[in-house]
Design a protein around this ligand. Structure first.
Ligand code: UDP
Length: 248
C-alpha cells in the first residue's frame, strides 16, 4: 500500500488508522519490514493517557486500528466514520493467508492448556498451518529473553501475542528489534476464544456493537476494568480532542 495514502487521525493524543481490515491485511502481507499492529480500545487509551511510556509504546506501532466499539463511537462523535476491525478477525484472516502461502506462524500467550488447545483447534480449521513455535504467556523477564531468542531462531513470518495490554505490546516491540520481517499482532484474549475456553459473542451482539457487553456477561470480573473508564472516556472526548488535535 502506498504509505502516502495512509489515513490517520488522533484521539487523546494517540494516532488511530482509519482503514479497513482488507487494507491492513494486504499491507501487512506485502511488507518487507517488521510490522506491529495494535488493536486499540478505550481501556488502552485510558491507561496510556498521561503515561508517557505507554503512549510512546502505542505511537511506535506500525498500525493502530480501532478494535473497541468505544473507539468507533468516539471517532463518530468527532465526525469520522469508520468501522471496527476486531483484532481476532484480522489475526485469523492473516492465519488463513499464512496457510495458503505456507508462512511460518508463532503463537505466544494464555495459559499452557489454553495455548495448546488453541493450537489444536486452529490446526483443525487450517490443517496446513505451519505453527513453528508456541509458548504460554506467563513468563518472567529472564524467561522472556529465552523466548525471544527461540523466536528469533524460529523466524516466524507471523507472530500473534495474546498477553493482554501492555504486556503483549512490550513483548512484540522487543521482538521487533530483532525480527527480520514479521507481522506482529497483539491479540488479547483471542487464544481463549480459539481454544473454546471462551465463546466469542454471537453475531447479533457483534452487529449491535455489544460484544463488550457479552464479554462482560461471560466474565463479570471485567466490570472493574471497564467502569468508570469507558463512560468517562466518552464524556471526555469533545474537550480532549480540542486540546490534542493533531494531524498524523
Ligand atoms: N495473559 C497472559 N499473560 C499474562 C496475563 C494475561 O498470557 O501475564 C493472557 C490471558 O491468559 C488471556 C489474555 O492474556 O488469554 C488477556 O486477555 P484480555 O481479555 O485481557 O485481553 P483483551 O481481549 O481484553 O484485549
Amino acid at each position: 500500500m502506498n504509505e502516502n495514502k495512509r489515513k490517520r487521525t488522533c484521539l487523546f493524543g494517540l494516532p488511530i488508522d482509519i482503514t479497513t481490515k482488507e487494507e491492513v491485511k494486504a499491507s501487512l502481507l506485502s511488507s518487507q519490514t517488521p510490522q506491529q499492529v495494535i488493536t486499540i480500545n478505550p481501556e488502552m487509551i485510558t491507561k496510556s493517557y498521561k503515561n508517557a511510556a505507554l503512549s510512546k509504546l502505542i505511537k511506535t506501532a506500525d498500525w493502530i486500528i480501532p478494535d473497541g466499539i468505544g473507539i468507533v463511537i468516539a471517532l463518530k462523535i468527532l465526525g469520522i466514520n469508520t468501522k471496527r476491525i476486531p483484532g481476532i478477525e484480522l489475526a485469523f484472516e492473516c492465519l488463513k493467508e499464512a496457510e495458503k502461502r505456507g508462512l511460518k506462524v508463532a503463537l505466544v500467550g494464555a495459559d499452557e492448556e489454553t495455548i495448546n488447545r488453541a493450537k489444536k483447534e486452529l490446526l483443525q480449521t487450517l490443517p496446513n498451518l505451519r505453527i513453528v513455535y508456541s509458548h504460554n504467556g506467563y513468563f518472567n523477564e529472564s524467561e522472556e529473553k529465552e523466548i525471544l531468542s527461540e523466536l528469533k531462531n524460529a523466524e516466524p513470518e507471523i507472530l500473534l501475542a495474546g498477553l493482554g495490554f501492555p504486556k503483549q505490546e512490550i513483548f512484540l516491540q522487543n521482538f521487533k528489534k530483532i525480527a527480520k520481517s514479521s507481522i506482529m499482532i497483539g491479540v488479547g484474549g483471542s487464544f481463549d476464544v480459539w481454544s473454546k475456553k471462551l465463546k466469542r459473542a454471537p453475531q447479533i451482539f457483534q452487529k449491535l456493537g455489544l460484544e463488550w457487553f457479552y464479554r462482560l456477561l461471560c466474565q463479570p470480573s471485567r466490570l472493574k476494568r471497564m467502569f468508570p473508564t469507558i463512560p468517562l472516556f466518552l464524556l471526555k472526548i469533545p474537550l480532549e480532542h480540542k486540546l490534542h488535535r493533531r494531524e498524523y
